[in-house]
Design a binder for this molecule. Structure first.
Ligand SMILES: NC(=O)c1ccc[n+]([C@@H]2O[C@H](COP(=O)([O-])OP(=O)(O)OC[C@H]3O[C@@H](n4cnc5c(N)ncnc54)[C@H](OP(=O)(O)O)[C@@H]3O)[C@@H](O)[C@H]2O)c1
Length: 254
């Protein structure tokens, strides 16, 4: 660790893996860790221009190195490959941010098998696949942070979002269980249950709907991806004793 000319602390040789980093919260997290001088492994399902743009922004922001990896984290063999690539390129994994996610808004009776499987596999199974692959390395280090991006709907459930709510509720339980299993090995596991954050995920709502929603939030607005990223980063700087927590980050909404 050293202090950069701009006054920001830089973490020499530290590596973070961020799934779903082509846009939104994942990109903001990538930029936050880039500013702190981390090596980054960034992933998204489609890769392409968006992921490359994240890479370039991160290099400009001060990342020690950036490896973009296109692929689907709901595929267990891809999750294994992602972790292997990270180790091959940067030699260690200090932080894993399980962020990739998708939503579906619809009635229970319209949530067919394919939609259900896709939401559960993308949002929840991916957390297990990536965590399971990263753990052996973190156990060797006797250190590591795992941060899962969850949702307030995982805490309280959302009408017309049963699959999404179930996937995020599953992440919350997974986080607590994994934290108990891994605390003796020096690995912390936490989740951030985000409220409404201003990203593409909410583009399915009309401007009027979003305005009504913002009026319900005591803070009076949606959160920004940068605010979530700052929270994620703060967790990695917190004492290891902070583990097994579902940190609600919603402007006082729920
Ligand atoms: N925005 C909110 O209000 C809100 C609230 C609570 C929780 N969250 C959670 O925050 C996380 C990030 O959401 P966001 O709002 O930033 O969404 P977003 O802007 O829609 O970005 C989603 C990201 O996930 C990637 N992705 C989707 N499926 C993937 C897969 N199977 N494998 C790898 N990458 C995949 C996308 O990649 P491509 O660009 O390649 O498609 C993209 O990078 C999600 O877990 C979401 O549930 C968001």
């Amino acid at each position: 660790m050293c202090k950069h000319a701009c006054g920001m602390i830089r973490y020499m040789n530290k590596t973070v893996i961020i799934t779903g980093a082509s846009r939104g919260i994942g990109r903001a997290c990538a930029l936050r860790f880039a500013k702190a001088g981390f090596y980054l492994v960034i992933n998204s399902i489609t890769g392409g221009d968006n992921l490359n743009e994240t890479k370039n922004l991160c290099l400009d922001a001060g990342a020690a190195g950036v490896l973009p990896v296109q692929g689907d984290v709901s595929d267990p063999s891809f999750a294994d490959a992602l972790i292997e690539l990270a180790l091959k390129h940067f030699g260690r994994i200090d932080t894993l941010i399980n962020n990739a996610g998708i939503s579906f808004v619809g009635l229970i009776q319209d949530t067919d098998n394919d939609i259900w499987q896709k939401i559960i596999n993308t949002n929840l199974s991916s957390v297990h696949y990536c965590t399971r692959a990263a753990i052996p390395h973190m156990l060797e280090q006797k250190a590591g942070h795992i941060i899962n991006i969850s949702s307030v709907w995982g805490n309280v459930g959302a009408s017309c979002e049963v699959a999404y709510s179930a996937s995020k509720g599953g992440i919350n339980a997974y986080t607590k269980a994994a934290a108990k299993e891994l605390a003796p090995s020096g690995i912390s596991v936490n989740a951030i249950a985000c409220g409404c954050i201003d990203t593409d995920m909410n583009k399915c709502f009309s401007e009027d709907d979003l305005k009504t929603l913002e009026e319900e939030i005591p803070f009076g607005r949606m959160g920004t991806p940068d605010e979530v990223a700052e929270m994620v980063f703060k967790i990695t700087e917190s004492p290891k004793y902070l583990t097994g927590q579902i940190i609600t980050f919603d402007g006082g909404w729920m």
